[in-house]
Design a protein around this ligand. Structure first.
Ligand code: FES
Length: 159
């Protein structure tokens, strides 16, 4: 395959500038092979499991605002992300810079007792919010509980 193009984008705040781009390379391949951000995984490779999901942020000149949306990096061509800011789970925080509220919610749901304020989001709503993300290792209940806790504990205006 030929190589061409010039891309500028950011991953977790780190700037990348590429002067040659393989037009067939996916964002997932790039992240896994050329960055330290390995949290994205190759699951199905077809947009069905969510293991490769990233947050894509891009300025929309028509709306004059930054639009955020999730994307399956296995289906996103690297050459299509010029000007985008990409966030993987590493970009949400860690032990060195501090954890994101969703990490803290996930940690809390490892405990047997529910956290206070559980009534704001139902299990059904939490499951709906994480639809499209398949999990083979931990089961869905702790994940749904973490989503419920996160929604209950966090002021969404602060995110
Ligand atoms: Fe399954 Fe991308 S690897 S959605």
């Amino acid at each position: 395959t030929g190589k061409k193009g010039h891309l500028v984008f950011a991953v977790n705040g780190q700037r990348f500038e590429l002067f040659t781009v393989d037009p067939s390379m996916t964002l997932l391949e790039f992240l896994r092979t050329q960055t330290p951000f390995k949290s994205v995984k190759l699951g199905c490779g077809e947009g069905g499991c969510g293991a490769c999901t990233v947050l894509l942020s891009k300025y929309d000149p028509l709306l004059d605002q930054v639009e955020d949306f999730t994307a399956s990096s296995c289906l996103t061509l690297l050459c299509s992300i010029n000007g985008c800011s990409i966030t993987t789970t590493e970009g949400l925080g860690n032990s060195k810079v501090g954890f994101h509220s969703i990490h803290k919610s996930a940690e809390k749901t490892d405990r047997p007792e529910p956290s206070p304020g559980y009534s704001k989001l139902t299990v059904t709503e939490a499951e709906k919010a994480i639809a499209g993300n398949l999990c083979r290792c931990t089961g869905y209940r702790p994940i749904a509980d973490a989503c419920k806790s996160f929604a209950s504990d966090v002021d969404m205006e602060d995110l």
